[in-house]
Each structure stands twice: as structure tokens, then as C-alpha cells.
Design a protein around this ligand. Structure first.
Ligand code: HEM
Length: 332
């Protein structure tokens, strides 16, 4: 499954829905004069006064100077949070992002501060942020301590691998960017689409059972770092498989484990789910199937593999409802 193009189209559609919903709520004034789109600028009455008087002009200049002085300078150290900035049209407040911030494509052009689990304090501090937003997966701890010592407010979402994490992320970005109304509209939209997919899972719409009449069992493999890993319980991958009505074939182990042939064969998965970045890092699907033990599994014999954009499926960001729907359909 390639998510790239459909997901980009969905991003635009979602951004439009948030803006429309916010307009219906009559909250456009909250976007202030800093908003990027003409639609939002037009909603700021002062900016559109037909013939501004000299006094009014002075007021505008003073306000603009004040806004510039208090303009948030935020570093996002999680791709899911970065996506929310773009959906709330607050991306100009981002002075830096981490390497999991790959969506939308424009996020790749922001200054980078490293991988969220291996941040460097120097890179981060050089961007002079007045806030750093992330999750409690961020590290290493020594770097977080350095940031706190330097007086940079660090706001980290507590990751529980639940849909509610996403709602908390939207709330956090809405608050940090002072776009609470748009954030509420986005949350309502995400919630609606999440519930719709959850209902399909509950009804087992299209869900395939394996030959034993059970929910399909899935081995989740991620190969971003030095060694391929299998997802056990307590991981984001396990949570997404469970939300999709599948069984994690490695549920008896806790956390991520190095892949070995014995575990893969014993797990007897009906399907293998992985990330597009893993397949690319290994050099393609042929090399993927050459990983130890995979070809000897029921999934391997039938070449059943689904690959997803990592942050869409495991980031617990705004693409989560779409990713769940695609996973559900893929396993059907
Ligand atoms: C330098 C290369 C990388 C290394 C060494 C690395 C290492 C790791 C490790 C060790 C974990 C497991 C953490 C745990 O046990 O809680 C992990 C999880 C994760 N990584 Fe990476 N990673 C790398 C690159 C990436 C990239 C480029 C992305 C995204 C585009 C990414 C996205 C994720 C996600 C979303 C998880 C959480 C998965 C879950 O719990 O379901 N990683 N990574």
C-alpha cells in the first residue's frame, strides 16, 4: 500500500474541513493577523478597514510589533505534532522539527534537530525556541535536562498508544499556537472519522478470518535502525493492530525485540505488516522477504505483506483514522 499521494490529498481535504468548521463556529478572529491564507486574513476586521486613519495605522503597527515580539518560536520534536501545526495553519511558528517530521513534505524543509530519541541540545538551543513540544518518547534524558536548565519550556505528551493521545496532541498545539477553536474543530473531525472506522471494526465489516476462523494474526516488523525489530505488547504497532481487529502474533513479548528466524517461524503470522521506510532501508521487497525466517511463515508462503508510511500508522497523529481504515481494509 502506498500512502504517499492519497495521504497528501487527504491532508488538504482535512485542512479545508477544519477551516470550514472553524468558520461555521464563527471563530476566525482567533487566527489573528498572522494567519497565512487570504480567507483568514479577511476575517480580521482591522486588517480590512477600507481607509485606515493615521491613528488606526499606528495601532496596527504597534500591534504587529507586539505580535512579532510575542510570536511563538516552537520546535516540534514529534512528527504527529508537526502535522497538527500544518493543519492549524500555524507552521510559520515552527522554527525547527525532528526527523520524524516528514509530513507534509514542506516539513522536510524546516531546520532539523535530529531524531526524537537522539536529540542534541546544541542544535535545539541554537534555534532559540520559546517552547519545545514533543512526547515523553523524546530523549536522551540528559538533553532534556539541558533544555530545562536553559529555561526552555518543554511540553511533552504522555504516550499511552491510545486514540486519546492524538486528541491531547491537538489540544497542546492549539494552546501553544493560540488556535484553540481550530484545534477543537480538528478534534471533532478526527473523532468522527475514528468512530466510523471503529464501528466497522466492531461489525467486522470485510474482516477476514484465517483458516481457523480467528482474527488474522500479524507479525509487525520495523527496520529503521541498525537491526530489524518485532513489535510486542505495549508498542504503538500492537495498539494499531488491536484497534484494527487483528491479533499481534508477538503479543506475549513486551516492547520491541530483535527479529530472529525462530520467533518469526513460531509466530505463524497470516500477514506481515511493516513500514515503507523499513522496506526502503532494506533495499526493496525482495530483500525484505529475505529477512530471517519470513519465507517460512504462512504470510511468507503467500507473500502477504502490507507496508505503511511509518508516521501515518505509528505516529498517533492526524492521519491515524485514515491509516486505521487502510489497515483494516488491507487485512480484509
Ligand atoms: C536513526 C535511525 C533510527 C533508530 C536507531 C531508531 C530506533 C528506534 C527504537 C529503538 C525504537 C523502539 C523504541 C522503544 O522501545 O520504545 C523506535 C521506535 C519508533 N521509531 Fe525509530 N529509529 C530510527 C529512525 C526512525 C525514523 C526515521 C522514524 C520515522 C520516520 C522512526 C519512527 C519510529 C516510531 C514511530 C517508533 C515507535 C513505534 C511504536 O511504538 O509502534 N524511527 N525507533
Amino acid at each position: 500500500m502506498s500512502h504517499q499521494d492519497p495521504m497528501h490529498r487527504k491532508h488538504d481535504a482535512q485542512r479545508r474541513r477544519v477551516l470550514q468548521a472553524t468558520a461555521r463556529l464563527g471563530c476566525l478572529g482567533q487566527f489573528g493577523g498572522l494567519a497565512a491564507t487570504p480567507l483568514l486574513m479577511g476575517s480580521t476586521p482591522r486588517a480590512f478597514a477600507a481607509e485606515p486613519t493615521r491613528d488606526a495605522m499606528r495601532d496596527v503597527t504597534r500591534d504587529t510589533a507586539r505580535d512579532a515580539a510575542t510570536e511563538p518560536r516552537i520546535v516540534s520534536i514529534h512528527g504527529s505534532l508537526t502535522e497538527v501545526f500544518y493543519l492549524l495553519e500555524a507552521q510559520h511558528m515552527l522554527v525547527g522539527t525532528d526527523t520524524t517530521s516528514t509530513h507534509p513534505a514542506a516539513a522536510n524543509r524546516t531546520p532539523k534537530v535530529g531524531y526524537l530519541r537522539q536529540l542534541s541540545a546544541e542544535g535545539l538551543l541554537s534555534l532559540k525556541p520559546n517552547a519545545v513540544l514533543g512526547t515523553d518518547e523524546a530523549g536522551p534524558p540528559a538533553v532534556l535536562a539541558q533544555l530545562r536548565q536553559a529555561g526552555v519550556p518543554l511540553r511533552l505528551v504522555n504516550v499511552k498508544h491510545r486514540f486519546e493521545d492524538l486528541i491531547e496532541k491537538v489540544r497542546l498545539v492549539g494552546e501553544a499556537t493560540r488556535r484553540q477553536a481550530a484545534a477543537q474543530a480538528l478534534s471533532a473531525d478526527l473523532n468522527k472519522r475514528w468512530q466510523a472506522t471503529q464501528q466497522k471494526v466492531a461489525r467486522r465489516d470485510g474482516a477476514s478470518a484465517n483458516h481457523a476462523g480467528q482474527a488474522p494474526s500479524v507479525l509487525f516488523i520495523m527496520a529503521h535502525g541498525p537491526a530489524p525489530m518485532l513489535a510486542g505488547s505495549g508498542t504503538g504497532a500492537h495498539a494499531m493492530l488491536t484497534y484494527a481487529g487483528a491479533r499481534n502474533a508477538m503479543a506475549e513479548v513486551q516492547g520491541w525485540r530483535a527479529l530472529n528466524a525462530e520467533s518469526a517461524v513460531q509466530a505463524r503470522p497470516d500477514w506481515i505488516v511493516t513500514t515503507q521506510e523499513s522496506v526502503a532501508a532494506l533495499g526493496g521487497l525482495r530483500q525484505f522477504w529475505a529477512l530471517p525466517g519470513l519465507e517460512m511463515t504462512p504470510a511468507g508462503r503467500r507473500q502477504r505483506v502490507l507496508s505503511f508510511d511509518t508516521m501515518a500508522l505509528l505516529g498517533f497523529g492526524p492521519r491515524m483514522p485514515d491509516a486505521l481504515e487502510e489497515l483494516r481494509q488491507g487485512l480484509a
